[in-house]
Ligand binder design. Structure first.
Ligand SMILES: NC(=O)c1ccc[n+]([C@@H]2O[C@H](COP(=O)([O-])OP(=O)(O)OC[C@H]3O[C@@H](n4cnc5c(N)ncnc54)[C@H](O)[C@@H]3O)[C@@H](O)[C@H]2O)c1
Ligand SMILES: [Zn+2]
Length: 368
């Protein structure tokens, strides 16, 4: 199968458009696209390890390029998402002379993307941002949708804005340097996306073997389908006010609690994988999901992600964090369950329901 560049665009909100461009070996084209979005100077935000992994030659200014060839470096990973780092970045952008006719390019995983998006939405009351995701998680999920954030102490993503990217520019060759654990963890979001889109789910058994061996063509298709699914959901509820975006939280209620309680020893995607396995279990009894579909989904998820077992701290601490979930009230936490691929249901569940489901999946996958 020959590789092709894929693209689509959509209007997340009145007055803003997000274009998605996905390809292999097209990274040198980025500056040209930036110039078409805004003619002024563009500044890149990234981290040292990310640039070491994906190289930086392609970012260097060429004659006539709108891109400043000297990226603004932030700490790696979640340590980038702080108020202090954000302040430094804003000052640096001012010092370098960012103007309203320029913009910001985020090159990195979800952490760089969230921080750079927030910097773009605050600088001069808003300049365009282009997301260049370098992790599978960012490419299939966080780069699109406009959520930007920093953490406030332990509280994740508590200060942020909605600021939709003008362009999500995916270069699939970047993913080949991802360590196996990070790569597989990103696949959890792809499985979630497939479960939320009936046509994608029907196609998924053919794609799964390609994803397992990092086949570029299969991975490109899966990322593209994930972004399309998310774009559809985001366009229906751009600022998460109508309750439609909640479907994207499939597997995340328990996932976030396990992730937080593990003190981030579990990768986000691994925690989501456990959350998805439990949600599938509950979906059969509480949302009428066909048990064959649930077993097949669990099998594919397990084979692709192979999440490490949640550490002791995680297994002890998740109930307290689950109670803090944004979708909860005194009667319990509302969970996104699947009634069939492509169709979700919001159900109020007590702590004991979650506990039972988690124990069931932990014992089932314990011996493997
Ligand atoms: N805005 C949203 O809608 C949204 C959605 C989901 C998650 N998120 C956020 O995304 C963040 C997680 O993103 P992530 O998983 O991409 O983590 P990350 O940005 O921390 O990246 C993970 C690690 O991978 C390294 N890395 C990045 N690209 C690489 C490459 N190509 N090769 C080798 N190493 C590479 C990084 O240096 C980093 O150490 C969290 O902060 C989460 O809150 C945001
Ligand atoms: Zn997620």
């Amino acid at each position: 199968m020959a590789f092709q560049t894929r693209s689509f665009s959509f209007r997340p909100e009145k007055g803003s458009t997000t274009a998605v461009l996905l390809g292999t070996g097209h990274k040198g084209e980025l500056a040209r696209h930036l110039g078409a979005i805004a003619p002024g100077r563009w500044f890149c935000i990234s981290s040292r390890p990310v640039l070491k992994a994906v190289g930086r030659d392609w970012l260097l200014s060429s004659p006539g390029s709108v891109l400043d060839g000297d990226p603004i470096l932030v700490p790696d990973g979640e340590r980038a998402k702080t108020w202090t780092v954000l302040g430094k970045v804003l000052l640096e952008l001012k010092k370098r002379g960012l103007k309203r006719d320029g913009g910001i390019v985020a090159v990195g995983g979800g952490t760089v993307g969230d921080l750079a998006g927030l910097a773009a939405s605050l600088s001069l009351r808003g300049v365009p941002v282009v997301q260049v995701p370098t992790t599978v998680l960012a490419a299939s999920d966080s780069a699109l949708g406009g959520k930007t954030a920093v953490d406030l102490g332990e509280a994740k993503n508590l200060a942020g804005t909605f600021h939709h990217p003008s362009l999500v520019f995916v270069e699939t060759s970047f993913f080949s340097s991802l360590p196996e654990r990070d790569y597989r963890s990103g696949l959890a979001e792809i499985v979630k996306s497939a479960l939320l889109d009936e046509a994608f789910w029907r196609r998924f058994p053919r794609l799964a073997p390609c994803l397992a061996v990092r086949d570029q063509v299969g991975l490109s298709e899966a990322i593209f389908r994930s972004l399309k699914m998310k774009a559809r959901v985001v366009a229906s509820d751009p600022r998460e006010t109508k309750g439609l975006r909640f479907s994207l939280n499939l597997g995340h209620t328990l996932g976030h609690a396990l992730e937080g309680a593990s003190d981030f020893e579990l990768r986000h995607g691994e925690a989501v994988a456990w959350g998805l396995l439990a949600a599938l279990e509950l979906s059969v009894t509480r949302a009428g999901l066909d048990s064959n579909t649930a077993s097949e989904a669990a099998r594919l998820l397990w084979t692709l992600v192979r999440p490490v077992r949640p550490p002791k701290a995680s297994l002890e601490g998740w109930p307290a964090l689950l109670a803090l979930d944004k979708k909860g009230d005194s009667a319990g936490v509302r969970a996104v369950l699947l009634s069939r691929p492509g169709s979700v249901r919001l159900e109020r569940l007590g702590l004991s329901d979650w506990r039972q489901a988690l124990e069931a999946v932990l014992s089932r996958y314990n011996q493997r």
